[in-house]
Design a protein around this ligand. Structure first.
Ligand SMILES: [Zn+2]
Ligand SMILES: [Zn+2]
Length: 301
């Protein structure tokens, strides 16, 4: 699983920082999470193929999280995209996008599906054989969801040494990985546990931006491999965090600790601070495994 941060700063785009957007590569799928202004340029810069993005998850309808969406949808059109595109986001997102397409006399040559969210409970919004995505209801000035991405490792791992020893043909590998036993030509049966190892532990990633300090998310994000949690302010500006319904670095660290996550990735920094290391220093007084997101950073999970 690989996370590429395209933008991770709050509010206005600047020459050196971009608003929120990131790409999660999970089980060969590319999921785009939020789509602030400049997302297309960042995708180009980091050589991420537009055609590989089939699912876009929007947390909320503040501009710094979705003003790049109409541009990206239009570019897909210019690139003669044929694949379906699925957009997940708050109720109202469909009307917003369709109004702009209509006003500009545009239409997409591909199928554009909107999955509008309105529940205040966590729900499964995407599932295939390899990945499951759930919402993480957040509390912010408008209706907001974070997203939990989880791998599904249903296949066992092949014990190469064992299959070679029994001279098993590669055409049986899929059966073995699915848990099947093998009957050899002499009639003897090799049990699956002799030929395989347990699957890798399923990895998980939780994206939480924007939100107030909110302990009700703890059961949903419990023990994830990586938690991206917004930390717009430092504790010295806790009054601003409260007023604007954001989180401080210390509060983000508290959530990471309480949820017993492996790594905390911080971002959505207010541009008032000159040095993002201050966020790490403050967070590490509570929780040690802190990664500072930054535009263009790639994080292997
Ligand atoms: Zn924001
Ligand atoms: Zn916001």
């Amino acid at each position: 699983m690989k996370l590429t941060i395209l933008g991770c700063y709050a509010a206005t785009p600047r020459t050196i920082t971009n608003p929120t957007s990131q790409v999660l590569e999970i089980k060969n799928q590319m999921f785009l999470i939020d789509c602030g202004e400049g997302t297309q340029v960042q995708l180009r810069k980091h050589k991420i193929k537009f055609s590989r993005i089939n699912h876009i998850f929007i947390s909320h309808l503040h501009g710094d999280h979705f003003y790049g969406l109409i541009g990206l949808i239009s570019t897909f059109m210019l690139l003669n995209r044929e694949n379906d595109l699925h957009v997940y986001g708050p109720k109202g997102i469909k009307e917003l996008i369709l109004m702009q397409l209509k006003a500009s006399g545009s239409y997409t040559g591909y199928n554009l599906y909107f999955h509008e969210l309105h529940s205040n409970e966590s729900e499964i919004i995407f599932e295939d054989e390899k990945v499951i995505v759930k919402t993480i209801p957040l509390q912010h000035r408008v209706y907001t969801n974070g997203y939990l991405f989880k791998e599904k490792n249903t296949q066992r791992k092949l014990n190469i040494e064992a299959v070679e020893r029994h001279k098993i043909d590669s055409c049986y590998f899929q059966k073995i990985k699915s848990g099947g036993d093998i009957t050899l030509e002499d009639g003897s049966i090799i049990k699956n546990n002799e030929l395989t190892f347990d699957p890798d532990k399923e990895k998980s990633y939780a994206f939480c931006s924007d939100t107030v300090y909110n302990e009700s998310i703890l059961p949903i994000i419990n023990e994830v491999d990586a938690l991206y949690h917004e930390s717009t302010f430092l504790e010295s500006e806790a009054h601003l965090a409260e007023k604007t319904m954001h989180t401080t670095a210390k509060q983000a660290a508290k959530i990471a600790k309480e949820a017993n996550v492996k790594n905390l990735i911080m971002g959505h920094y207010s541009t008032r601070y000159g040095n993002i290391n201050l966020f790490k220093e403050e967070a590490q007084t509570i929780f040690n495994n802190v990664i500072l997101a930054d535009d263009g950073k790639e994080i292997e999970l």
